[in-house]
Design a protein around this ligand. Structure first.
Ligand SMILES: O=C(O)CCC(=O)C(=O)O
Ligand SMILES: [Fe+2]
Length: 278
């Protein structure tokens, strides 16, 4: 049987090496968008969702968006096999619908399937003129399992509702929006778990009132938007089994989207856990 033993000196060096790698990775990724290839290089084997408290925390990258907004990305939140089990189950057993919604005064079919789960007795969710039926967690024990894993990863979180999205292929998408409904409060934490086909998740800063007011004396709008600074846009490639968390004023100051992608042929399921506070 193969075995490895570390003396106290080796253990100390190994710990220093781990701390150095983690710090270097966090610093480097903070300054530029994350690509799937980089994560592949950086990350080791997937960690198991049912790890014990003694095991090291899963690797995550925090991006400080400024002014009290923050995003945290954990590419290997759930193991690959477990994630496929969840994905297949949800695809088959969730009562998906593709509702009619209203966007900018026009009625259209939502460009993805959806379902909604919530604790009983909460304020009802309404978005884009649509009020989804709230199904019960009790009917989907597997969703409770994922919720528990999310709660364990985010100490202090207490999500009580969940919006599920199913993207059947690259034509399905979610347009620019923010999840700033009043019932989530002013600084909601939103935890987003993805399964299946990798898709890009874009974050873009909302134009500030100051920049609107300055526009006449400033450089042309067309030039500005094309030259948009990196600090105002971020891209994450959301991997199978990943967790992305938006916090602070992200919903107030930023919009996000998952755009159409002709080459993304596979099915993707995304779960966004939220807390309704009023
Ligand atoms: O599918 C995603 O990654 C994002 C979904 C989303 O933004 C939403 O449901 O509000
Ligand atoms: Fe959203």
């Amino acid at each position: 049987m193969k075995g490895t033993s570390f003396g106290a000196g080796n253990g100390y060096l190994a710990l220093l090496a781990i701390l150095f790698k983690k710090t270097a990775m966090t610093l480097r990724l903070k300054s530029k968008p994350i690509s799937a290839e980089e994560e592949e290089e950086e990350e080791g084997e997937p960690t198991n969702p049912s790890r014990s408290g003694d095991e090291p925390a899963k690797k995550s990258t925090g991006v400080d968006l400024g002014n009290g907004s923050e995003v945290v990305y954990m590419p290997r939140f759930l193991s690959r096999d477990e994630s496929w089990r969840f994905c297949d189950y949800l695809d088959k057993h969730i009562p998906w619908t593709r509702p009619t919604i209203r966007v900018f005064g026009r009625t259209c079919l939502q460009p993805r399937d959806t379902c909604y789960i919530a604790d009983a007795g909460l304020t009802e969710l309404v978005y884009s003129g649509y009020q989804p039926h709230a199904y019960s967690w009790d009917d989907y024990p597997l969703l409770k399992e994922i919720l528990e894993a999310v709660h364990n990863a985010l100490p202090g979180s207490k999500f009580n509702s969940l919006l599920l999205n199913r993207y059947k292929g690259g034509n399905d998408y979610v347009g620019w929006h923010s999840d700033d409904e009043k019932l989530y409060g002013s600084t909601p934490e939103i935890a987003s778990v993805s399964f299946g086909c990798e898709r890009e998740f874009f974050l873009k800063k909302k134009p500030s009132k100051n920049s609107q007011a300055r526009r006449p004396d400033d450089e042309p709008v067309r030039k500005r938007s094309r030259m948009g600074s990196d600090a105002d846009q971020h891209t994450f490639v959301l991997k199978h089994g990943s967790l992305l968390v938006m916090r602070g004023y992200t919903q107030r100051d930023w919009v996000h989207s998952v755009p159409k992608r002709a080459k993304a042929e596979g099915l993707r399921i995304n779960l966004t856990f939220r807390r309704i506070i009023s």
